[in-house]
Each structure stands twice: as C-alpha cells, then as structure tokens.
Design a protein around this ligand. Structure first.
Ligand code: SF4
Length: 264
C-alpha cells in the first residue's frame, strides 16, 4: 500500500512496461493531501517517480530515478481521488500531478486527468516544462492549471542548476498560454545561483509575456533537502548556500510586481 492506495508490485516486468505504455500503470513516489500549495483549495498531490533534471537544490532527490517509485494502477489512484471529490468541491481544490517530473509518464497522467476531468475535478500539472513536448494538445485540454517551474531566465544559469536546457520550458509555457490554460510561475531564489538581477529580470519578463499567468510564486531556497542527498550518497553542492533574507525575497518579488504580476 502507498498511503492507503494499493500498489501493483505483483506485476511482471513485461506487464509493467505494457501498463506504462497504455497509461494503466504509473510509478508513484508518494501522495499527500495539502491545502494552499500546489494549486487552489485542498489538493491531492501525487508525486510521480523519475525526473530528467538534476537540480542542485532539489528537495526530493529520491524522485530522480523512476526506480524510487512503486507501480500503481491508474484505477486505484482514481479510486482514492474519487473519495476526495466532496472535499475538492467544498474547497475549490482538486488534484495535482507532480514529481519528480509528471511529464516523464505522460500516458499515466493522461489516464488520470481524463477521468478526473470527467468527474469535474480541477486538474493541476506541476512541471519543469523540460518534457513539455510530452504534453500534446489533447492532454493540455484536460488541464485547468499549469504550475511551471522557471528555474532561471538564461541558458547558462539554467544549465548550471539543472543540467538541462531552458528553451523547452519557455516553449512549453508559451504553448500553455496560447491554449488559454491558466499558468502559475514558480521561481526559486537561490543566493549566489539565481539572484543575479539579469536572471531575475529575464524570468519576470518571460512571466509578463504570457497572457494566462495569474500568479507568480517566489520561493526562498532552504536546506531541507540536504540530508536526503547525503542518504542517497549524492554530491550536494549547496551546503554553504544561505537562505535568502526577507528583504532579498521582497526585492525579487518587486521585480515581478513591477511588471503587473500578482506575486507571492
Ligand atoms: S525538476 Fe524538480 S524533481 Fe526534478 S530535479 Fe529539479 S527540483 Fe528535483
């Protein structure tokens, strides 16, 4: 069981591969019920296992590998979602598919969001956008809100943080906006890494250029993930990086609000 949801560890490797391809099975790290984060209202956030990026400040390095997850049938995850429908309706909440990287398992995401939407459940996709090409127009049409992590505003900084390229994220955000789907932009302020004025300004300019952005979240870096890196034997490079001060966070939020963006 995964927090009350049956797991499908009885599946053979071949059955698992077929199920992943058809979207009937996903590799899930964990799930939780949260309020006031990951989207509006009370939400059931499901963390899918596996991520192609390697963000230096990742809080959940145990989701890097898909092997860190357990197989779950979409119908079992949906049964749990169905149990919370009353709470979602009462709070204006819904489900959030997160990770790891949710778009690393697009077939599973498609199965879950399709059913959820049929039940009238609000759907949020929490993603780095790096695999935005995996979200085709049909899938996007079943999403109410995209929470897009824009980790930097320029390629060199983005690459230094994540090991990946920024362009796919920027392209995906533009597609989401063109489709008329609501966007929240998330930016993590990491002293010495993402706080250069030109990086912040580039993220703010980008957010301001997207017509469906209704909110920007500027989050301060913290050290909460450090122990997990050590437990996994991974090289954590931000040991000496401080948490940004309230004044530094306020100054960066002002860069966004100056562009007319609602910022938290
Ligand atoms: S995209 Fe998210 S889950 Fe993936 S490495 Fe970065 S912070 Fe971690």
């Amino acid at each position: 069981m995964l927090g009350g949801i049956p797991t499908a560890e009885h599946l053979s490797r071949a059955e698992l591969l077929v199920g992943q391809r058809t979207g009937e099975v996903g590799l899930v790290h964990s799930w939780e019920l949260v309020t006031a984060v990951d989207g509006p209202g009370t939400r059931m956030t499901t963390f899918l296992a596996g991520c192609p990026l390697r963000c230096l400040y990742c809080h959940n390095p145990d989701t890097f590998s898909a092997r860190g997850g357990v197989p779950v049938l979409a119908e079992d995850l949906l049964a749990q979602i169905r149990r919370y429908r009353g709470i979602f309706a009462a709070t204006g909440g819904g489900i959030t598919l997160s990770g790891g990287e949710a778009l690393a398992q697009p077939a599973f995401v498609r199965t879950v969001v399709r059913a959820a939407r049929e039940w009238g459940v609000h759907v949020t996709l929490d993603t780095s956008g790096f695999l935005g090409r995996n979200c085709d127009d049909d899938l996007l049409a079943d999403v109410d809100l995209v929470l897009l992590d824009v980790k930097a505003g320029d390629e060199p900084t983005y690459h230094r943080i994540t090991g990946g390229r920024l362009a796919p994220t920027l392209d995906f955000g533009r597609r989401v906006a063109a489709a008329g789907v609501e966007l929240w932009i998330r930016f993590v302020l990491v002293p010495g890494l993402t706080d250069a004025p030109e990086t912040v300004a580039a993220v703010a300019d980008y957010a301001a250029s997207l017509s469906t952005v209704t909110r920007v979240e500027v989050l301060g870096f913290h050290q909460l993930g450090r122990d997990k890196w050590a437990e996994l034997g991974l090289d954590y490079q931000l040991t000496d990086t401080p948490t940004p001060t309230a004044a530094e966070l306020a100054a960066v939020r002002a860069v966004f609000t100056d562009r007319g963006l609602t910022t938290y």
